[in-house]
Write a protein that binds this ligand. Sequence first.
Ligand code: IMP
Ligand code: MG
Length: 186
Amino acid sequence: MRTSPEAAGWPAAGRSGDPSHVVFSAEEIAARVGELGAEIGRHYQESSGLLVLGLLKGSFIFLADLVRALRLPLQVDFFIASSYGASRVSSGKVRFLYEPEVDLRGRDVLIVEDIVDSGATLDLLIHTLEAKGPKSLELCALLHKRAVTVVKEPRWVGFEAPPQFLVGYGLDYAEEFRHLPYIGSL
Ligand code: IMP
Ligand code: MG
């Protein structure tokens, strides 16, 4: 079932450390994003103004695909959090480098996240956003490692992640591999 990057139509970069396996192919991701778009669209069909907040940088490709699968009036903004640095293990220390200044009172807010691991990033984000009084606050994560019990579980999850370090489709290792069209494991 697992294929090499070359078999998925992606030339091997020829460097050691590149992904050795395709975990979710570009086609599998596209199909799942379409399903998520339909489900999330149904959930918010009565909403008068959805605010989609992408957690950068990891969510940038997923967010771009997901909002184009949502046939709803919506606005997009971003959070930039910093946690991992150049490590494969979560430091547990999170800080925000950018947060949107829009008024969240009375808004339906959907946070879009690349992957839930320790949940530290999401915990801080939830606390920060709930204090701003949105009408509703939900999470959509592309991947979930189910490593810990998080304070607020995502309402929508793209894929259950294997217990490996994943890269591609926005996910990085030391800022590399974000541009891969598939999700691979190192
Ligand atoms: P958490 O705060 O420990 O849940 O970590 C969340 C963030 O860590 C994610 O938004 C990712 O940027 C990063 N992360 C966690 N697991 C992985 C992985 O397997 N590959 C790449 N980045 C990861
Ligand atoms: Mg990262």
